[in-house]
Design a protein around this ligand. Structure first.
Ligand code: HPA
Ligand code: ZN
Length: 335
């Protein structure tokens, strides 16, 4: 098969599923620890990576939340965001919708304002300096009470113009979408778009995906690979033109497979599937590595790679005019 790595690297891309806190690379974590006078139990980046021992969602989340302890000041959130945006820009990401987890910080005594001001300043800087466009999606932690999510939602309203939508992440077991029905109703009423993680191979995965459609009315589904187990569910997702943000390298760490054959099946079914990096500092690989792994494993054609990229722009939360401008850029590249 033709080597398409260079074609993938050059594609102007959109990323729709990346957790900013999951882009905290070992080097930056050590640097921020030093700057904030914190002692980490690792002397080097290699030692830190060696301690990243996870094989399912809960064991990953433990490492992910521990890592955030170095994020204290507004400048830390700025530097974290800047590092991701520089990396994404280097991989020809021209547009990114990025998650952040405010409760993972407010529960440590960090003000919501500190978090969002740091991120926002980096977004504005990066757009000026690099031309990369971004939006922010605020995630609620589903293993915390719905009341905490509601308080976080209310706290965010001062910053409504800086946040395009809300999502739901963290440990899915026993925390179904319906637990947050009222929170998401309120979020919708406040003008936010809605997405939720339906992580791969969870207990009750297809039930949870149905709930996002019937009880929540999401505008997107994060992961959602298990929809393939239910033909009616696939039909409904297709009819609603919902994007599915799949993260193959991440899937390979927290399940038994990268689910790349499933990505190809979704393309064959005409679902709006996309490929993303999730937490690239922990599941090593940014968007290009994820696309390259998918292309090689599933044997995707150039046309299928283009379709994945179209899906990401079409499935984004940009206006039609903005989407069209990016799609023209993609056309020019392909030509
Ligand atoms: N799933 C659930 N929670 C998360 C993830 C994820 O992929 N990444 C960061 N928090
Ligand atoms: Zn995720």
């Amino acid at each position: 098969m033709e080597n398409l790595d260079g074609f993938i690297e050059g594609l102007p891309k959109a990323e729709l599923h990346v957790h900013l806190e999951g882009t905290l690379e070992p080097g930056l974590k050590l640097k921020l620890a030093r700057r904030n006078n914190l002692d980490l139990p690792y002397a080097s980046e290699d030692e830190m990576r060696a301690a990243y021992a996870f094989d399912d969602l809960p064991s990953f989340l433990k490492v992910y939340y521990e890592g955030m302890s170095v994020l204290l000041e507004e400048q830390d959130f700025h530097d974290l965001t800047t590092a991701y945006l520089e990396k994404a820009h280097a991989q020809n990401v021209v547009y990114a919708e990025m998650f952040f987890d405010p409760q993972a910080h407010t529960t440590r005594g960090i003000a919501f304002d500190t978090v969002i001001n740091g991120i926002r300043r980096a977004q504005v800087d990066a757009e000026d300096r690099l031309g990369i466009q971004t939006r922010l999606i605020m995630c609620f932690l589903r293993d915390m009470p719905a009341e905490s999510a509601m308080e976080t939602l209310e706290r965010s309203l001062d910053y409504k113009d800086w946040i395009i939508g809300v999502g739901l992440d963290s440990d899915e077991k026993g925390n179904p979408p319906v637990k947050f029905k009222q929170v998401f109703e309120r979020a919708r009423a406040e003008g936010y778009l809605l997405t939720m993680h339906c992580d791969v191979d969870q207990q009750d995965s297809t039930t949870h995906i149905w709930q996002t459609l019937n009880d929540i009315g999401v505008d997107r589904i994060d992961h959602g690979v298990n929809a393939l187990e239910d033909n009616a569910l696939c039909r409904e997702i297709k009819d609603r033109k919902l994007a599915l943000t799949v993260c193959p390298i991440s899937n390979g760490y927290v399940t038994d497979s990268r689910k790349t054959a499933e990505i190809k099946t979704m393309l064959d079914l005409g679902l709006r599937v996309t490929v993303n990096s999730d937490d690239p500092a922990y599941f090593p690989g940014y968007i290009n590595e994820n696309l390259i792994a998918t292309q090689r494993e599933a044997g995707l054609s150039k046309a299928q790679l283009i379709q994945l990229t179209i899906n990401a722009f079409e499935g984004s939360w940009l206006s039609t005019t903005e989407k069209d401008a990016f799609l023209r850029r993609l056309d020019a590249y392909v030509a």
